[in-house]
Ligand binder design. Sequence first.
Ligand code: TLP
Length: 353
Amino acid sequence: MNRQDRPVDLRSDTVTLPTPAMRRAMSEAEVGDDVFGEDPTVNALEARAAEISGKEAALYVPSGTMGNQIAIAVHTSPGQEVVCEEHSHIMLYEMGTIARFSGCLTRPIPTDDGRLTWERIRGNIRGPSDHYGGTGLIEVENTHNYAGGRVYALDTLCEIKTNASDAGIPVHMDGARVFHAAAALDIPLRSIADTAESLTFCLSKGLGAPVGSLLTGSRSFIAESRRVRKALGGGMRQAGVLAAAGLVALEQSPANIPAVHADARFLADSLADIPGIAIEPATVETNIVFFDITGTGLSNQHFLGSLREEGVLALSLGPGRIRMVTHQDLERADCERAIAAIERACGVPALAG
Ligand code: TLP
């Protein structure tokens, strides 16, 4: 299919297809039974993930959800509270697994932009008592999906980590898109990873791999995580065919992120010029662009339907709220096509010539 006929898929950065280099690596991967720890390609991926994130060890898991939920189960005991931001993925989009599997409650904290501070967390920490289970974990999401890909400043994370350590509470980072955070701050990933006891990051979100995420942490944390992964049915066998693509993603895809961020900025700046669309371009820091179409008078369904007819796909995430995510399978011309389709949906007259 040539580019003009292909849909411009901005629903998520999960829609990317494996690159030719990934497919080659997959077909040539050396494999073994990973439940026995004998898949050399999975072992290589885990070693590389640990190295990149500056942690002792890593575990390959099928999804970001499983990585987060294993971390929560290992860090907490049933009845404890997990402090998190009110729109965090672990709370809104992980099927209530915190309650189902770990027996924990969330203690959601409202923020203006998805970013917690120690100031906001402090009053929500509860020690164990005869009346409640106490705080078992603090979770931060970086970048924050629902807040539009916002990036934590390193100082904020360091302050949370230092105070959490003093209170004896571990920090888990849902870093599904932590490579985007590192690129936005132009710092090594491990500086961000240092601010949490454990980190989940995704190979299939923005890095182009077909499947998989990594959970990283101390050797003992990962040993226990391996047992919990098995309990969740996440023990895979000859998973090296998938891990091989992940290794390629880790080496090759981060270099694409600056251009992907520039595409998001282009979308945000262009959207700001369309009458009826509300967006603050300065809040777009990475590859996620949220905007509000209430002022156009169109329903989400009508708006997305018009775009779909022109081969442009986006997501509805709340009344009037639309999300577009840029990724490495798109080019600037695709983003221009998306903007032209949005202008037509909103009744902006086309320029002559
Ligand atoms: N997010 C998906 C949807 O679930 C919304 C997306 O398209 O953005 N943490 C964060 C911050 C995420 O954004 C996601 C996926 C996950 C965890 C879960 O990853 P998977 O889908 O691999 O379980």
